[in-house]
Every structure is written in C-alpha cells, then in structure tokens.
Ligand binder design. Structure first.
Ligand code: SF4
Length: 432
C-alpha cells in the first residue's frame, strides 16, 4: 500500500548554544545523545512506515482509511510536492552520514526523488562544522537536500549578540554565498523584527542590504517574548527594551513594501518568495483560487512543506517533541530526549499525547490556516478538505467579517483584506 501522507517533519533538538529568545524544544550540551537519538529517530521512522503500510485497527492511521470521513474529505485537492522538513534545533549540527541514515529511513514514507527536502541551518554552526562549510553544503546537495533555510535573524552584530546568536552578519552572508556555490537554488532566509533596540530605520537598512543577496525566499517574523526565556527576563528587568506595537507594525509594513519592490511575492502573512520566470503556478492547481485571480497565485518558490500546514493537509512528524497531524487525530511526541529514546528503544511509538479532532476542528483549522495565505481559502479547497460547502458552515460569520472589512468574498472563495492581515489573529479567533 502506498503511504497516504506525503509530508514529514523531522525534529533535531540539539543546539550548540541556546538563544536568549528561544522556547523551542531544543537542548544545548547534549552532543553525547546525538548518536542514540539518530538511531531512535530512524527506528521511529520505520515504525511510522509500518503503520502507514499496514495500519492496525487501533492505529489512528487506520481510522483515516476507514469510512470515518466522507470520501471527498480524505484527500486535499492540493497538488503539493511531497516534502521533508528538517527543523529544530539545529539540524546542521548533524554529520552528513547521520543525515543520510535519516533520509534512508524516511524514504519509506516520502519519495525522495520528487520531494522538496528542506534543512534548517545555523550559520554559526555551519562555519564551525568539522569540514569546510562549502564541502558540507555540497554534501547536503548530494544527499538530495534541495532547500536550505538559514537562520540569519538580524544584520546588526550587537543585536545578534543580545539574541545569543553564535554568528555575525558577515558570517551569515558567507554561508549564504557558500550555499549558492554548493548548488542550492532554493534558499530561505529567516529574519526577525521588533528586536531589542531596533528602529524602523535600522530595519529598513537591513532589508535594503539583504535584498542585494538575491535570496529565493524570506520568512520574517515579529519577535515574540516567550515567557521564561532569558530575553523576556531581561526586558522585564528593564535591561533591554523592545520596540512598541506601532513601531513593530511599521516594520512589517516596511517589509511588505521593500520586498514587493524588489520582486518578491508575499504569499503568506510572514512569507515571501522571489518571483521567477515560470510563475505564477496556477493556484487553481493547488485548489486555492480561480485562474482569473492571478494576483492570488502561489509563487513557484513557495515552501511546499509549509503550504501543507496552511492547506491543513495531513503530515507526519518524527523526533522529540514533534507534532503530527493525521485527521482525525493529532499527536505530540515525548519532548525530553532521553524519554523519547527510551520509548523507541522499547519498540513503541514515542507519543506523549493523542488529541482527537472533531469535524468542527477540521473546519476551523482549514479556515484559520488557509486564511494566512494571500490566496485565501477557495470554495473548492474547503469542500475537498472538509466534505461540506464553506457557506453551510461559515456563511453567517463570513458575511459579518466581510461587512467589517476584514475579509473579501469572491466567486472562488474568501481571503483576508489588507486590514484583515494586520488583524489576522482577531479573524482567526472567530473560527475557533
Ligand atoms: S539556534 Fe534556533 S532552535 Fe537553537 S536555540 Fe537558537 S533559536 Fe532556538
């Protein structure tokens, strides 16, 4: 039997050092656990592949294949590439041999030859790799990893130090240039704004500079001060200050302006892709909108893996603390590295929690994830994913949101207005 879920997230929970703002499930100084972790990860992938091919009656994957859902709801209309996403943590701490073993195990779930395979990389770690960064990056390409996501975060060295990053802006650029030389044609750069001490003018200067690099994709997120992080504590104590909401909103607007002017299409609230010759890919093919609405099309360099999330597709996840979603359940793996390894060594799926999803969850998630996309949610996509017409479920709410100027309704579906994008969280909350 062919696997039914074609997207896989792989979590690598190791970092050389913890950044001051980070609350991800990641650990420093656990280098001695990396080898047993890789062995456990490969074993978990094998267990997942066995469940996918031979679902037992009590497996949540089995529920998907039974007649629990109406037939039209089983498969998203989305025609996304299969995908594997190595996130973390710092996946670039792994050796090429370790990555090769994981990919070999993952190949039972996702066809490697047609997949988008992304690896998150930290410039500080790449430069500190045992082998030269260029050789390491070439090795990644040879393994079939075809998309690199570099965590640059800022081009201001004092700010990078406050954030606890282990690289400078110049080193981040060297990594980017090395990745290009190694043959990566799809490189994302992660940046944050609303950073300690940052001004709008500084942010605009950083945008102007980084846009000369010629990256393929940007993911730009406002800093969130997570509780119990060292940076949040510093802000509480008044040792550092962060821009207020108005300044952060101005930085977001500046990003939209600068990136559009430089030839990048915003296709999601925080994501932009470089516009290339063959675009636009017909968004109609992705079930997102109609072909007469090309301003809502997906850019060719859009991240396929993240699109799977925004289209509320099913995805598997492996690794400590990883979250998977296979309707009608989602699951969260054990977060602690040792507990995760022990569970897999005992021959079990290392799942800490199964969360059943109702039909209302499916409808709500399809809306609040899909509305993050500039293309919005098409009637066809909602019907294919949920097995029911959008207006039957949300007709009254959509009328109200349209009257308040937060969404626009078109013949093909709905999407956020510019105002709705600025107030996205308020809109999303209405669907929950
Ligand atoms: S490198 Fe990334 S995952 Fe690791 S501590 Fe820093 S922000 Fe967190």
């Amino acid at each position: 039997m062919q696997p039914v879920v074609k997207h896989l997230y792989v979590h690598i929970p190791f970092c050389a050092r913890r950044c001051a703002y980070c609350d991800f499930n990641t650990y420093a100084n656990l280098e001695d656990r990396i080898e047993p972790y890789i062995a456990a990860l490969c074993a978990e992938l094998t267990l997942l592949a066995q469940e996918q091919s031979q679902p037992s009656h009590d497996s949540p994957l089995a529920i998907v294949r039974n007649d629990y859902l109406p037939p039209t709801a089983r498969v998203s209309r989305a025609t996304l590439q299969p995908s594997i996403f190595f996130g973390g943590g710092t996946p670039s701490m792994l050796t090429l041999g370790q990555l090769e073993r994981i990919l070999h195990a993952a190949s039972a779930l996702v066809p490697l030859d047609t997949a988008e395979i992304t690896l998150e990389a930290n410039p500080g770690v790449l430069l500190g790799a045992d082998m030269a960064a260029l050789d390491y990056l070439r090795g990644l390409r040879e393994l079939g990893i075809n998309r690199l996501s570099l965590g640059v975060q800022s081009l201001h060295d004092p700010t990078l130090r406050v954030l606890g990053r282990t690289h400078t802006a110049a080193e981040a650029y060297r990594c980017f240039a090395a990745a290009r030389r190694a043959g990566f044609t799809s490189i994302n750069l992660d940046f944050m704004f609303g950073l300690p001490g940052q001004t709008v003018v500084q942010w605009e200067a950083a945008l102007a500079e980084v846009l000369t690099w010629g990256a393929d994709h940007f993911a730009l997120y406002a800093l969130i001060l997570e509780e119990r992080t060292p940076l949040a504590a510093q802000v509480m104590r008044g040792q550092v200050s962060v821009p207020d909401d108005d300044a952060t909103a101005a930085m977001y607007e500046a990003a939209m302006y600068y990136l559009a002017a430089a030839g990048y299409a915003q296709y999601e609230i925080s994501n932009w892709a470089r516009i290339v010759e063959q675009q636009p890919i017909s968004a109609n093919g992705h079930g997102l909108c109609q072909p007469d609405d090309l301003d809502s099309s997906l850019p060719a360099l859009a991240c396929q893996h993240n699109l799977a999330y925004w289209l509320n597709s099913d995805y598997l996840a492996a690794g400590a603390g990883a979250h998977g979603h296979v309707y009608p359940q989602r699951y969260a793996n054990l977060a602690a590295v040792d507990a995760y390894i022990a569970a897999v060594q005992a021959g079990r799926r290392p799942v800490a929690e199964w969360v059943p999803l109702t039909e209302n969850d499916l409808y709500a998630e399809t809306m609040f994830m899909g509305l993050r996309l500039n293309a919005g949610v098409s009637l066809a996509h909602f019907r294919d994913r949920c097995g029911v017409d959008l207006d039957v479920i949300y007709g009254d709410l959509l009328c109200e949101l349209a009257q308040t100027g937060l969404i626009e309704r078109r013949a093909w579906g709905v999407r956020l207005t510019e105002r709705g994008r600025m107030l996205g969280n308020q809109v999303f909350a209405r669907f929950v």
